[in-house]
Ligand binder design. Structure first.
Ligand SMILES: C[S@@+](CC[C@H](N)C(=O)[O-])C[C@H]1O[C@@H](n2cnc3c(N)ncnc32)[C@H](O)[C@@H]1O
Length: 234
């Protein structure tokens, strides 16, 4: 049964869903990705090429792991971690070093910043959840300085390769079962595989980056093609 919301209901649905699983979110990430998600965030931050003392916006920061990774990698970086789910950010605020991050309640479509403010904008697992990917990217591009980077980490639909049956099993049975056991929410972990399958391919997402006005767009596929990091330059 489909648990995907209609486009106009997506924001409220997604906000409520993440509010409900905030406490278990990090643990589920580790379990679902076999611990690989940390390495992906490392690569994402690396691709953002923020200079020492530079400014980074991590939008849809959730529990803040990308923001914390930026602090670890980039000396003196000033990180704003923004999300529209306050319960997710509350979990992040309880982590060590959280005082070094500027936490902000904000919607990705209306970022409360002037143009050209940040050296880079990162997002992890946001774009699959928004009603309009190009508009979200346009708004990220707006707040990045010319020459700065917009970088995202996102799941991809299962690729057509030999591993597809195993990937389908993982999506259809393992994630919903483990997700329900750990978080107590069955619909959040039905939503995740269904929204991944329905999302753009990496090539299509690269096209959306270009339509949003980003150039030198490239992407790297990870975990047998089920996850990708996309980079574009303003
Ligand atoms: C799957 S979590 C990702 C959290 C974190 N980036 C990570 O890598 O683990 C998706 C996050 O996107 C946030 N989100 C979804 N739509 C948003 C929007 N329109 N504006 C701001 N945040 C949004 C949700 O509240 C949630 O915290």
């Amino acid at each position: 049964m489909s648990v995907l919301p209609a486009t106009e209901q997506k924001a409220a649905y997604v906000n409520q869903m993440f509010g409900g699983i905030a406490e278990q979110y990090d643990l589920m990430n580790r379990l679902m990705t076999f611990g690989q998600d940390r390495r992906w965030r490392e690569m994402l931050v690396h691709a953002a090429v923020v200079p020492e003392g530079g400014r980074l916006l991590d939008i849809a920061t959730g529990t803040g792991d990308i923001a914390f990774e930026a602090l670890r990698q980039t000396p003196g970086v000033r990180v704003v971690a923004a999300d529209f789910s306050l319960p997710m950010m509350q979990v992040g605020k309880a982590k060590p070093d959280s005082q070094q991050v500027g936490w902000l309640g904000a919607d990705t479509f209306t970022l409360p910043f002037e143009d050209d403010v940040f050296d880079a904008v990162t997002s992890g697992f946001l774009l699959r959840n928004v009603p309009d990917v190009v508009e979200a990217l346009r708004e990220q591009r707006r707040v990045v300085r010319p020459g700065g980077h917009v970088v995202c980490l996102e799941t991809s639909p299962p690729p057509d390769n030999l591993l597809r049956p195993a990937i389908e099993m993982h999506l259809r049975y393992v994630i919903p079962t483990v997700g329900t056991l750990v978080s107590g929410s069955s619909y959040a972990y039905d939503y995740l595989p269904q929204s991944s399958k329905a999302f753009m391919t990496p090539e299509e997402l690269a096209g959306a980056f270009r339509v949003a006005g980003l150039r030198l767009v490239r992407f790297k596929q990870l975990m047998f093609g089920t996850v990708a990091i996309h980079v574009g330059v303003k």
